[in-house]
Design a protein around this ligand. Sequence first.
Ligand code: ADQ
Length: 497
Amino acid sequence: MLHAGSRARINSPAPSPKASGARTTRGPASLTVIANRLPVHRVSTASGHRWESSAGGLVTAMAPVLRKVKGAWVGWAGGTTKIRPFHHEGVSIRPVGVNREEVEKFYNGMSNRTLWPLYHDAIRTPDFQRSWWEKYVEVNQRFAKAAAKASPRGSLAWVHDYHLQLVPQMLREMRPDLRIGFFLHIPFPPEELFEWLPWRSQILRGLLGADVVGFQTYKAAQNFSRLCRSLTEADGTDTDLHYAGRRIRCGSFPISIDFDWFDRRAKHPQTRAKALELRAKLGARRKVMLSVDRLDYTKGVLRRLQAYEELLEQGYVHAEDSVFVQIATPSRETVSDYAALRDEVEQAVGRINGRFSQPGRVAVQYFRRNLTRDDLIAYYVAADVMLVTPLRDGMNLVAKEYIACRPDNDGVLVLSEFAGAAHELTRALLVNPRDQTSFVETIRAALRMPTDAARMRMAFLRARVKRHDVFNWSEEFLAALRHGRHEPRPRSSHAHA
Ligand code: ADQ
């Protein structure tokens, strides 16, 4: 998903050869992507500004397909100034205007204070405000209108994420000739949580406007289908619903990364040199543990720090022989829960360092900033153990990026059971981050894992992510959308990573 600002400053990865090669040649006749954010961001220059491609999985996956079919991308540019449609690298960019009040109510309010926490196990209590909902409806209507205008007759429209759940139905009413797909990047909650939503049936009906509704996991698809059967007139099975005289396919389409691109960058001599330099700075003989997250309460940063503090407290690790590097991207800082989280994290880092750091040996290295792709990859290459331990996450691409950056099959991934990625990456060390005792034990096991065992696990993980990369993901979704067919993978088929 493209969060405002979350990836705007990182370098765009140059697409791997697959992106422009044979695997994307079977493109659709024409495609419109509808996502909250545009795939470009504005960069100021001496003579004004220019548009640059944003980084991130969705842009990497969709840009080559869109270029090929001369498709369009409907989205918000991030500010409140009016921007005219333009072309960028062969893609028609169709900006949707969002004014200040709408940013507050549609984006910060309904999207990020109602839907985001509700869909993430209500880790923070969601707030329900009618005025936010009204703006959500209005802005969704605007996106639908822009998509209707941008889409040629009989073409495909692919709507993304929780900000735009009403768009499929709205677009269908305006343009019944389109085939409409929807993909949710975040979890879809179980019935007992979703039912809190005052606008629950409107949201379900909005999604049922699509021909294909895709989720990160089979469980999420199942939650959706069950809710549709109990709260709307839809009937059918977990993967095949009938509603308003139409057939709607639901299924899991786990998103992935451009594996080859990360793999190549990780092997590059410059990256290797940068990683060595990092290791030398961190302490060449120290074990390096790494976490990379948006600073979001779903990512479990505090629990991870607590587990690390216990490791230090118990004397299982010492600042002389190990270091934990936490890289955190500032995110949604105008929302109060996020500002509070930042304070709590920074206090915890200060407390741990105050207790356990040694002269020249800081226990927790904390960086609250965006890194360039190359710097981020150097950290992935430098880290002995990667801790990806969200309390709930749709997928989590960081876990897959770390795997792609371990061409020598070394390194150990500790992964939360509550990340969508855990359904595929079963050879990681899986952990329940709320169970501090086993969390501490799992980190110890990761630090002490014999090299052969670690290599075997990593080889399996790499094979899985290489086989199922982001191009594979978009092809599968578009094939289902074009042909109305999707062979859902049973959970067990995700398990042979
Ligand atoms: P996010 O919640 O943003 O995405 P994630 O999947 O981990 O989470 O993606 C984060 C991306 O930002 C990664 O590509 C990572 O490399 C990058 N990033 C993080 N911190 C960074 C930093 N400090 N500097 C530079 N880059 C940084 C949502 C859902 C996820 C789902 C994705 C895609 O919440 O569950 O995997 O969409 O569907």
